[in-house]
Write a protein that binds this ligand. Sequence first.
Ligand code: IPE
Ligand code: IPE
Ligand code: MG
Length: 257
Amino acid sequence: MTMTNRGQNVVEPDPLPDVPSADRPRHIAIIMDGNGRWAQSRGLPRIEGHRHGVQTVRMISETSTEIGIEAVTLYCLSSENWKRPQQELDFLMHLLEQYLIEERRTIMDQGLRLQVIGRRDRLPASVLDEMKRTIDMSAANSGTRLVLAIDYGGRDEITRVVRQVATEVTSGTLGLHEINEQTIDERLYTAGLPEVDLMIRTGGDMRVSNFLLWQLSYAELWITEKCWPEFTRDDFFGAIRDFSSRQRRFGGLNVNE
Ligand code: IPE
Ligand code: IPE
Ligand code: MG
């Protein structure tokens, strides 16, 4: 529903009428890859790909709100991306900071709740400041949860959980035999978010690149050759349509077998 400039509420038509709400993924995770290749194939520097990629991020958060997706997790920077040239990293940090400032208004207008997952100790103070402001400001929103994975690595996340569990066992607050899958789930960055139902990767590579290793266990994978800056709303709907037609078995059998 949106407000017109006359203050009337207008119910927008559902842009995805062929996929009932119950068949849509609750949590979508996206590996936003191919920015550099998109730029290079156009004779542009790699950073132009990152700059254009921000438009796709905007489209995804807006569309997710529109179609009622509960959570969207976007892979913005992996724990291994620090291997890149300093110039590219500096630009990525600048872009991130700009995004956190410029997007504040849209985040509030759309009722998005921002969350950031990953390590905090290697990011510039200015990025951390803007991040905190946007997270705090949007904390009471109840719309789509927009989760940015920044300096995130699945192995790093699991290692951190192991360290935490070991500390609790050593201090006697957690019994060794009490440890189960829920113990791990509750200590991951993604605690409290719905299970990842659908993982989209742009740029065509058939790998997970250290993204949400625990959480992707039974996620449906959807990979496109299209690069992130050229990924459209229709492509996004296409992924969701494909998802809704898949048979998920979770190790069991189809209900009619
Ligand atoms: C993904 O695009 C964005 C980040 C990793 C920050 P890339 O920069 O990896 O683009 P390609 O894969 O080299 O084309
Ligand atoms: C994954 O892309 C990380 C992000 C999209 C942020 P990469 O470009 O880093 O992955 P690899 O190196 O091709 O596996
Ligand atoms: Mg890449």
